[in-house]
Design a protein. Structure first.
Lengths: 213, 217
């Protein structure tokens, strides 16, 4: 337990700490991308980007920028020694085939049973876009979600059952938030860590049964 | 296989109502010159299959802006610079079939490989699987996905030889190889056409059998 809620960077560092040595990892667009900054070079982690590359390097700057070399967010990136390129069908075969160890996704909502909603608010004027989220959610061996625990209106995003359209069913293993880390197990939601809050306070504010880890 | 002198020659004969597979992930691998030529050529009422629905005002976005596309089949239309598609969609002037990116690629792979359909775990239990046949295999639920076959594929690549063997560069490869297999007529734009024998056969990504027309731009 720590005394203050985590910043986005501290959340990213907390996720990075749980990624096993040598893992093949896909980081989703947005906040999960920050996790890359907290992976030590000697952790042996290989980053996968769904547009067709393994062992992706950091963001490209200056002369390194190459329009033929981008990440899933279409930002210019670099390659590391030992990288490889492949087409989109193969890239997604790596996910569905269970070859990817971890993916880290953002989410609008996660249910206690591990369902994730992260692609569409369902609002009538919203333009739906799913990208690779559904393939990642069901494909990676372990799906980590990184999100704030409460929406802007204060409502919890860890819920008994998702109200937004689903991305994947029963696939999330762990949820990292600014105030707590949750393990989603077949026996229920386990609070692993709290930051600037207490187990009792979380139990009060969330509508899902919790167990103290 | 024909080496074309111009992008205009390369897109000759594309008919109204065609399904056109267009490579690229954002602008990486986007065959911009072929799309510009297609705009000039004038084919309309098209169904376009591409990962995104255009960026900025060039390439696929320009084709959409001309009102030539009846339906988009893609995984990720909404981007910070997809204002052309966004406008058409909100005005109800374009149809959208949203497909998870892996299913999009695999459906074209199936078309190119002669597979009649396949069961995918992606999308099960989500709105994108609604109305589709599902089956439980070894305790896991899968959804039936059908092939996507193109009349034409427009692919942006790096180099081709005069037989039509093609190599790509870095992440600009993306959907190119799978689209090249999935269309009746595959048209590839490259930065350079080299002589037969100048590409290392071990490095060829799209073998010539899939390629119908090549143009250097």
């Amino acid at each position: 337990m720590s005394s203050a809620a985590l910043t986005k960077d501290e959340m990213a560092a907390r996720v990075a700490r749980d990624i096993p040595y040598g893992a093949y990892v896909n980081l989703g667009i947005g906040q999960p991308t920050l996790v890359a900054d907290h992976l030590d070079a000697d952790a042996g982690v290989v980053l996968h980007t769904e547009n067709g590359m393994l062992n992706m390097g950091r963001a490209a700057v200056g002369d390194e920028v190459d329009p033929d070399l981008t990440n899933a967010g279409k930002q210019p990136v670099t390659e590391l020694p030992g990288s490889s390129y492949f087409d989109s069908a193969e890239s997604f075969a790596m996910m569905r085939g269970g070859h990817l160890d971890v993916c880290v996704l953002g989410a609008f909502q996660v249910s206690a049973g591990g369902d994730i909603a992260n692609w569409h608010t369902g609002a009538p004027d919203a333009i739906p876009a799913v990208g690779g989220a559904m393939d990642l959610a069901i494909g990676a061996k372990q799906v980590f979600v990184m999100m704030t625990l409460f929406a802007k209106d204060g409502s919890p995003k860890l819920v008994p059952s998702c109200t937004y359209p689903l991305t994947g069913v029963g696939c999330v293993a762990r949820v990292y938030t600014e105030v707590a880390v949750f393990d989603l197990t077949p026996d229920g939601v386990v609070v692993l860590d709290t930051f600037g809050t207490t187990y009792d306070e979380l139990a009060e504010r969330l509508d899902v049964p919790l167990t103290q880890g | 296989m024909r080496i074309c002198e111009s992008a205009a020659e390369a897109v000759e004969g594309i008919e109204d109502g065609s399904t056109v597979l267009i490579g690229g992930f954002g602008m990486a691998g986007m065959p911009v010159e072929l799309i510009d030529a297609l705009i000039e050529q004038g084919a309309t009422d098209l169904t376009v299959v591409s990962n995104n629905a255009g960026n900025g005002d060039t390439g696929l976005a320009a084709l959409l802006a001309k009102g030539r596309v009846r339906k988009m089949v893609c995984s990720f239309p909404r981007q910070h610079d997809s204002w052309v598609f966004d406008g058409l969609y909100r005005e109800g002037r374009i149809e959208l079939e949203l497909v998870p990116q892996g299913n999009l690629g695999e459906r074209m792979r199936a078309a190119g490989a002669g597979i009649g359909a396949f069961f995918s775990p992606t999308g099960v239990g989500t709105p994108l699987a609604e109305g589709k046949e599902t089956r439980e295999i070894d305790g896991r639920t899968y959804v039936l996905e059908l092939p996507i076959k193109g009349d034409v594929a427009l692919v942006g690549a790096h180099r081709a030889d005069r037989m039509g063997n093609v190599v790509y560069r870095k992440t600009a490869r993306n959907f190119g190889p799978v689209m090249a297999t999935a269309a009746t007529t595959t048209i590839v734009q490259v930065r350079e056409v080299v002589e037969i024998g100048d590409l290392d056969p071990e490095q060829v990504v799209t073998p010539s059998i899939y390629v119908d027309r090549v143009v250097a731009v």
